[in-house]
Design a protein around this ligand. Structure first.
Ligand SMILES: C[S@@+](CC[C@H](N)C(=O)[O-])C[C@H]1O[C@@H](n2cnc3c(N)ncnc32)[C@H](O)[C@@H]1O
Ligand SMILES: [Zn+2]
Length: 285
C-alpha cells in the first residue's frame, strides 16, 4: 500500500477556524480541514478577510489613493528608500533554506516588487504581501506573479505561526502580538516611519503651524532594536506628481480645494523626504 503524500502547507491558516489552509491540486482553491474554502481571484491573490472581520464595506486605502500612490512611486521618488531596505535585507543571514519575507500592509506592492528586483538571492527568498484593501492587493497581484498576495488585516493575520524570517512594514499599521506570532524566533522586523521633516514643504501649505514628527520609532513589545538610520533627501515632483503625492498621504483630508489648486499651479516645489528605517529582532521565547 502506498501512503498518500502529506498535504503541502501553504503557510496560510483559515481565517475562520485557524486550521492550516491546504492548496488543492489546481492551486486555485485553498481549503481547511473543516472544508472552509477560498478561491484565488483571477489576478492570483486570495481574499482571506471574511465579511464578519470587516469594519467597513471597503476597508483600507481606496482606489483614488491607490492610483495616486502608484503614479508617484512608479516615478522612482522613493527608490533610494527601497534600495536602503534591500541593503539591510541583503545583510541578514537567513539559514540555508528559502527565506520567507512579508511586506506587511504592502499597498499596491511597490516595495514587494523592489525587493524581488534588489535582493541578491531573490531565488532564495519567497515574498508575501498582505493588505486590508482589495483594490491594493488586486493591483499588486496583477503586477507581480512571483509574490503571494492576500487581502487580510494585519491585526489578525491568516499566516501560520513562526512562518516568516523577515517582516517589512513601510508606513503601515501593525499589531505587535501578531508580528511576534508569525515571525520565527529571532526573526526580523524592519519598519519605515516618517522622519521629523518628512514632506515638510507640503505640510507648510496645509497647516498654519507645522509640527515635526517625533524621531524615534517605537519599539514594539517583545522586540529589541538592532539599528536605526535616517534617510533624507529632496525631490522636485511636477504638478501631476505633487497632486498624487498629496492624494496618497493623510494630509489630503486636511487640504482644501483651494490649497490643492495652489500646490498644483506652482511652477516648482522642492520637497524634503525624511524616513526612519529601523531594524528589530524578535526577542520573545
Ligand atoms: C500608507 S499606505 C502604505 C502602503 C505601502 N506599504 C507603501 O508604502 O506603498 C498604508 C496601507 O496600509 C493598509 N492598511 C490600513 N489598515 C490596515 C490593516 N488593518 N491591515 C492591513 N493593511 C492595512 C492600507 O490599505 C494601505 O495600503
Ligand atoms: Zn476553517
Amino acid at each position: 500500500m502506498t501512503a498518500s503524500p502529506l498535504p503541502i502547507s501553504s503557510g496560510y491558516q483559515c481565517p475562520l477556524c485557524e486550521a492550516p489552509l491546504i492548496p488543492e491540486t489546481n492551486n486555485k482553491t485553498y481549503t481547511c480541514i473543516k472544508r472552509h474554502s477560498f478561491d484565488c481571484a483571477k489576478e492570483g491573490y486570495l481574499n482571506l478577510l471574511p465579511v464578519q472581520h470587516k469594519h467597513s464595506k471597503e476597508p483600507g486605502d481606496n482606489k483614488v489613493m491607490l492610483d495616486a500612490r502608484r503614479l508617484f512611486l512608479e516615478d522612482s521618488f522613493y527608490e533610494p528608500l527601497a534600495k536602503a531596505i534591500a541593503l539591510i535585507i541583503n545583510a541578514i543571514q537567513v539559514p540555508n533554506r528559502v527565506g520567507h519575507i512579508l511586506d506587511l500592509g504592502c499597498g499596491e506592492g511597490y516595495y514587494t516588487r523592489k525587493l524581488a528586483e534588489l535582493c541578491q538571492s531573490s531565488s532564495q527568498i519567497k515574498l508575501y504581501g498582505n493588505d486590508i484593501s482589495k483594490f491594493a492587493i488586486s493591483a499588486a497581484a496583477k503586477k507581480q506573479k512571483t509574490a503571494q498576495f492576500i487581502v487580510a488585516s494585519s491585526n489578525k493575520l491568516p499566516y501560520e505561526s513562526n512562518f516568516f524570517d523577515i517582516v517589512v512594514r513601510v508606513f503601515a499599521p501593525s499589531d505587535a502580538t501578531e508580528l511576534l506570532r508569525i515571525l520565527k524566533t529571532s526573526g526580523y522586523l524592519l519598519t519605515v516611519t516618517p522622519g521629523p521633516r518628512h514632506l515638510w514643504q507640503i505640510k507648510e501649505h496645509i497647516y498654519t503651524e507645522v509640527k515635526e514628527h517625533t524621531e524615534a520609532a517605537e519599539i514594539p513589545d517583545g522586540f529589541i532594536q538592532l539599528s536605526s538610520q535616517r534617510i533624507s533627501y529632496k525631490i522636485s515632483p511636477n504638478a501631476e506628481q505633487r497632486t498624487a503625492l498629496l492624494q496618497m498621504t493623510p494630509f489630503a483630508w486636511s487640504a482644501s480645494e483651494e490649497i490643492k489648486a495652489k500646490l498644483n499651479a506652482m511652477d516648482e516645489l522642492t520637497i524634503e523626504t525624511d524616513f526612519i528605517v529601523t531594524l528589530f529582532v524578535n526577542n520573545s521565547d
